[in-house]
Design a protein around this ligand. Structure first.
Ligand SMILES: [Zn+2]
Length: 342
């Protein structure tokens, strides 16, 4: 098959289109013919190096978010047959530890991630255990399904499972036009919350408004003051922040007494300063989001399939256009998912 093979760390030139052996599915595996695979930040980080996930080895085929058709199924596979339309949950645990038993493979000590530390979807075919394969109904396009796995599961987990966003609450969403936040804005609205979206350009704020955000604020605005005004002086009930150092203080200061901050990323830096008095006097709750669970993934898909939610896609590229795909995904003006299609 044709596949994008990463042989070093650096720019897009470390990845090249090559012919490699077709993956051979084991008895409990499903061989999926890839229709589309979304580019993720992890794909970019691990291309630049160093590797993020333990067990990563070169040469590597990246691509975590895969949708396509079942090409073949192992002898013991019961739930999927050739021709089925499917999307893949990229997170696979060992299957035997306590975390895996709890449906939480993302915290398994020997977690494997399709496209992360095992071969992924920037190829014509990928073979994965049956347990990771989920059906895609006819009314959802496979290109759309490929935009869901990582970003929407992460958003579901942070917003609903950890953040417990509830009807009537006010939710501050930082970097509101990022892949994860596009989902988080919609999931918070779906839960009945009011959403304050913060982003760095008019185009991004326009998208946030289109997705249902009730108030749009530019990065340069006095976000804390605007949130207070919007909430009658109280502050937000919850802040969803995967930006990290650059937005941390604004997120903290925007919260009401007893408010909660869900942190699930550190794009702009990993270290912040916290006033302990600011936390304990105001009764703030700091919540690290952690990995999404199998239940999150299933619930997210079910909600999405139910309608009313929108995966935003920016552009599509062929396997032979990877440099352009990376350039699009790494641009600061990127909005929505970049898809790679074999
Ligand atoms: Zn495990």
């Amino acid at each position: 098959m044709r596949a994008l093979v990463q042989t070093g760390f650096g720019g897009p030139e470390v990845v090249s289109l090559r012919r490699v052996a077709d993956p051979v599915p084991g008895p409990r595996d499903v061989l999926v013919r890839v229709r589309a695979c979304a580019l993720n930040r992890l794909d970019v980080l691990q291309r630049r190096g160093p590797a993020v996930l333990p067990g990563f080895r070169l040469p590597h085929i990246a691509g975590m978010d895969v949708a396509g058709h079942v090409e073949a199924a192992g002898a013991e596979v019961r739930g999927h047959a050739p021709g089925d339309r499917v999307v893949i949950d990229p997170t696979l645990g060992c299957g035997s530890c306590g975390r895996c038993g709890a449906g939480d493979p993302g915290h398994c000590a020997s977690v494997r991630v399709v496209g992360g530390n095992v071969a992924g979807g920037f190829a014509e075919y990928v073979a994965v255990p049956e347990r990771l394969v989920h059906a895609v109904p006819g009314h959802v396009a496979l290109d759309e399904a490929a935009a869901l796995p990582s970003a929407w599961s992460t958003a579901w987990h942070a917003t609903l499972t950890v953040g417990e966003v509830a009807a009537g609450e006010t939710v501050l969403v930082q970097a509101a036009a990022s892949g994860v936040s596009i989902a988080a804005v919609q999931l918070a609205k779906r839960a009945g919350a009011r959403v304050v979206a913060v982003a760095g350009s008019d185009a991004k704020l326009a998208l946030a408004a289109d997705l249902g955000a009730d108030l749009q604020l530019h990065n340069d605005a006095d976000v804390v003051a605007e949130v207070r005004r919007f909430t009658g002086g109280e502050g937000a009930d919850i802040a969803l922040d995967h930006v990290g150092a650059a937005t941390w203080q604004t997120s903290m200061d925007s919260l009401r007494a007893g408010g909660r901050l869900v942190t699930f990323g550190n794009t702009t830096g990993d270290e912040v300063t916290i006033s302990l008095a600011g936390v304990y006097h105001r009764g703030l709750r700091l919540l690290g989001s952690g990995a999404y669970t199998e239940a999150d993934f299933a619930a997210m898909l079910s909600a999405y399939y139910g309608g009313g939610l929108r995966a935003v896609r920016m552009a599509e590229y062929g396997l032979d256009e990877l440099p352009a795909a990376f350039a699009a995904a790494e641009s600061r003006t990127a909005i929505g998912k970049v898809l790679v299609r074999p």
